[in-house]
Design a protein around this ligand. Structure first.
Ligand code: HEC
Length: 419
């Protein structure tokens, strides 16, 4: 038998057990209220009894809570100390209420009823935050005041990729943030944002500029398998070799700077390809040779609401994020030879005939448009088109069959059509 974590085994009954004192205390209060409302007259002793049992179970809850939190740095210190102190105050209050009731000290007793409802709510609130995170209670509230979801805007071109923002932070988000965020700071460390990273954790050398071997973050990651301090801990998805190399490169060559562009860091070809693929840029630079474009036209289109990313030299990924009131396809004709990905989802397009002139197009999204079979035969001629998304259109098997005549098309999305 292994008793080394016995305190945790017992302690984990705390969240379950705390409902007992809450129940008994409220039962006493309810008896008190029905008595005051003259619904029926509970006797003194029953109310006292509910307070005695409430007090006893509150004391046990405190002890269990102590066992749970003792030696456990899973929790945010501030939240836990509030929870702990309000729990203790509630326990003392309930004991006090028993005596106030017993000796009929009416005014103070009435007042203590109000106070205890308040302290139980606060204790419960902080306790809930500890187990569910501080947004648990308000997550589904009908009206939310501030939504703190962080949206990292995608870079417009491969030359604008910021090492920290676009490469490093997503790695941390995926592999570390569940335990190191602003709410739950294991090892007193949050990796959520620049300020928290600069602050570091318990040990102060989280990132030593230019010296990854002295940086706690890298030391932790490189610990041998089975070491109890390895990050992420055993059982969680470890970092891949490439992710580790990128972190090291960022600290050693990029000096752990938060604004360095990826182009300023001489990454190996392999890592560069990896990053470009992750960000959706084309990495094989020899495959596309497109003509130059007029930057003022592109700027003009951006002003009109088009999102245009240069994913390779002279090669654009274009989308229009909201429903347009202009003829999108005609508007794009001046740069038709530079568009390789085009997303015209849900734009009320019936006849995309002009798309035929977009001879460089590889990926096309026309989902949720009222396009029928007569609208698709034009794609038979587009010799570079590889992927076409026609989900939720009016296309039938007849139209799909025609598309299949074009041997360059490898993927057709046709979910929710007339097939
Ligand atoms: C499952 C939860 C969990 C995940 C995921 C996790 N950590 Fe940790 N981390 C901890 C705990 C618990 C501690 C504190 C105990 C310790 O120091 O080992 C800690 C401590 C640390 C520390 C030491 C902080 C200090 O200053 O003492 C660093 C650095 C660290 N983690 C980095 C990371 C990185 C980087 C990742 C992602 C690759 C990561 N952690 C993922 C749980 C986690």
């Amino acid at each position: 038998m292994d008793f080394s974590n016995f305190h945790l085994f017992i302690g984990r009954f705390h969240p379950l057990f705390v409902h007992l004192p809450i129940g008994f205390i409220f039962f006493g209060i309810i008896l008190e209220i029905v008595g005051k409302l003259k619904i029926f007259q509970p006797d003194h002793k029953s109310i006292e009894l509910s307070y005695i049992v409430g007090a006893a179970s509150a004391i046990i809850s405190c002890l269990l809570g102590y066992l749970l939190a003792y030696d456990n740095n899973d929790y945010n210190y501030e939240a836990i100390s509030f929870h702990q102190w309000f729990g203790i105050i509630t326990t003392v209050l309930i004991i006090g209420m028993f005596f106030l009731k017993k000796y009929n000290i009416q005014k103070m007793y009435d007042f203590s009823l109000l106070v205890i409802v308040f302290t139980i709510s606060i204790t419960g609130h902080y306790g809930g935050n500890l187990t569910h995170g501080s947004t648990y209670l308000t997550q589904y509230a009908p009206l939310k005041l501030n939504d703190t979801e962080i949206v990292i805007s995608p870079p417009n071109s491969a030359n604008e990729v910021i090492m920290y923002e676009h490469i490093i932070q997503p790695i941390l988000q995926q592999k570390c943030i569940s335990c190191h965020n602003t709410e739950k700071k294991k090892g007193e460390l949050s990796l959520s944002n620049k300020a928290d990273i600069l602050k570091g954790g318990k040990t102060k050398n989280l990132i030593v500029q230019g010296e990854s071997n002295h940086s706690e973050i890298i030391q932790r990651i490189l610990l041998p398998h089975g070491d109890e301090n390895i990050m992420p801990p055993e059982g969680k998805t470890p970092l891949t070799d490439k992710e580790i190399e990128l972190l090291i490169g960022w600290i050693d060559i990029g000096h752990g700077s938060f604004d360095t562009l990826i182009t300023d860091i001489p990454l190996t070809e392999e890592l560069m390809t990896y990053c470009n693929t992750k960000l959706g840029f084309i990495s094989n630079h020899n495959s596309i040779a497109l003509t130059d474009y007029d930057t003022s036209i592109v700027q003009d289109l951006r002003n009109k609401g088009f999102q245009i990313r240069e994913i390779d030299k002279n090669a654009f990924d274009v989308s229009y994020p909201k429903l347009s009131n202009i003829d999108l396809i005609s508007a794009l004709l001046p740069i038709k030879d530079n568009i390789i990905w085009l997303d015209l989802k849900a734009q009320n397009i019936q006849r995309p005939d002009e798309l035929q002139q977009f001879s460089e197009l590889r990926k096309l999204n026309l989902s949720k448009n009222p396009i029928g079979d007569d609208g698709v035969n034009i794609f038979k001629m587009m010799k570079k088109l590889e992927t076409i998304n026609l989900h939720s259109t009016l296309i039938s098997s007849h139209g799909i069959k025609e598309l299949k005549d074009n041997s360059s098309i490898k993927t057709i999305y046709s979910w929710n059509t007339k097939l």
